[in-house]
Design a protein around this ligand. Structure first.
Ligand code: ASP
Ligand code: MG
Length: 416
């Protein structure tokens, strides 16, 4: 039986005519293996950024509907060019926009969610031995408005297509070699993982690793789609992302991540009475402000401090809301601290090996890193620490958990 493979190429892989030609050659080789191929592409290079800039020059507050109309054009360019490149190599290929495929989304412009994907047109074309090239990042709502899925959304298009078509694999080609144990700019000894679980990948993505759009991993997990992340610049194996694999708990942890875009807020001296936390977090939620970590100090004479982290981009809004609330919750003081970072360790091994938290805290303590807040899940531990120490802390954690010995070495001196 023919296999069905969905391949996705990111903006950096199709940034120039030459790169598009190279991708076309790679796709043509894949086609020779006799597999059915659906290819999803992003806009060329920084096209989407340029379009955003252009919009802002015309109107600093562009309507979201028109924004989607504009941004979706980036992908329309790259699908057509890739189809032309394939034709030059005598390969049958047809490009389709999201609307032509029938990628139906809700109407939340600039961050639409996929509701349903029609598969008949794609299957028809595959049956006629065509490679189908689909524009990433875009869809259409029930009123035929063009929508986009949020920046980086082509990954989500690819995985959702793979799930809808029941593809054998979904390969995400990018400018990195796979999923790394840590960002190599922070930890030079970082390694490429051979395999990782959806849950680990989801934690890593939400904790700062930027390889994949996190919604794409949510979909892959839901439909058990086999995902592979690899580089489009070489022919080397990447990282496989699956539900579970043999010996997956052998590693204590699989990755160290960091986030530098958060801020810590402390509301000091609130009375220790029921309903206070509810009031504070309700007010924030009503303005769509996401709260990440929350810590409440033990009550001292009926008085608490409540600290939590939010995204730095929400500071201004949060300040307005909380200043208004201070009297109401009888708070004494309000502090904002931008000088923080979050370091996290992630891994399935945590669930079955005791002492991982202790090892993390010990490593941080030994190197003079003060822990300001802690949060945990089954497979991750995050600590808020002073921003200037994040890089060093990551390196020490990477080393003490032996991550410099797992997976494969990242190839150096990559020429793009
Ligand atoms: N072109 C879109 C963006 O730059 C979608 C993507 O690259 O996945 O965000
Ligand atoms: Mg992208």
């Amino acid at each position: 039986m023919k296999k069905l493979v969905v391949q996705k190429f990111g903006g950096s892989s199709v940034a120039t005519a030459e790169k598009i030609m190279n991708i076309a050659k790679r796709i043509a080789q894949e086609e020779k293996k006799g597999n059915n191929l659906v290819v999803v592409v992003s806009a060329m290079g920084k096209t989407t950024d340029s379009l955003v800039q252009l919009a802002n020059e015309v109107n600093p507050h562009p309507s979201k509907r028109e924004m989607d109309m504009l941004l979706s054009t980036g992908e329309q360019i790259s699908i057509a060019l890739l189809a032309m490149a394939l034709h030059r190599l005598k390969v049958n290929a047809v490009s389709l926009t999201g609307m032509q495929v029938g990628i139906q989304t809700d109407s939340a412009h600039t961050k639409a969610k996929i509701l349903h994907i029609k598969t008949n047109k794609i299957f028809d074309l595959l049956r006629k031995n065509h490679i189908v090239i689909v524009a990433g990042f875009q869809g259409v709502d029930k009123n035929l408005n063009i929508t986009t899925l949020g920046r980086g959304g082509s990954d989500t298009t690819a995985v959702a297509l793979a799930a809808a078509l029941k593809a054998d694999t979904c390969e995400i080609y990018t400018d990195v070699e796979g999923v790394y144990t840590a960002d190599p700019r922070m930890v030079p000894e970082s390694r490429k993982l051979d395999i990782i679980t959806y849950d680990e990948m989801l934690e890593m993505a939400s904790l700062g690793a930027k390889v994949l759009h996190s919604r794409s991993v949510v979909i892959a997990k839901k439909y058990n789609t086999k995902l592979v992340v690899k580089t489009s610049f070489y022919n080397i194996p990447g990282t496989i992302i699956v539900k579970e694999y043999k010996n997956m708990e052998d590693l204590l942890i699989t990755g160290v991540t960091s986030k530098m875009d958060e801020a810590k807020i402390t509301i000091c001296g609130v009375p220790d009475t029921p309903g206070i936390a509810a009031k504070i977090f309700k007010a924030l939620a009503e303005e769509d402000i996401n709260v990440n970590m929350i810590v409440q100090s033990a009550s001292r004479k009926g008085i608490n401090d409540i600290s939590f982290t939010i995204s730095q981009s929400d500071i201004k809004d949060a300040n307005n809301i909380l200043q208004n609330l201070m009297k109401d919750v009888k708070a004494k003081d309000l502090n904002f601290d931008k000088n923080i970072g979050v370091v996290s360790i992630v891994g399935m091994g945590m669930a079955s090996h005791p002492g991982i938290a202790q090892k993390m805290f010990e490593t941080l303590g030994k190197h003079g890193v003060n822990i300001q807040m802690i949060s945990t899940s089954e497979i991750k531990i995050s600590c808020v620490i002073e921003r200037s120490k994040v890089k060093m802390a990551m390196q020490k954690l990477h080393q003490s958990f032996g991550l410099d010995k797992v997976g494969k070495k990242i190839l150096k001196g990559i020429k793009k």
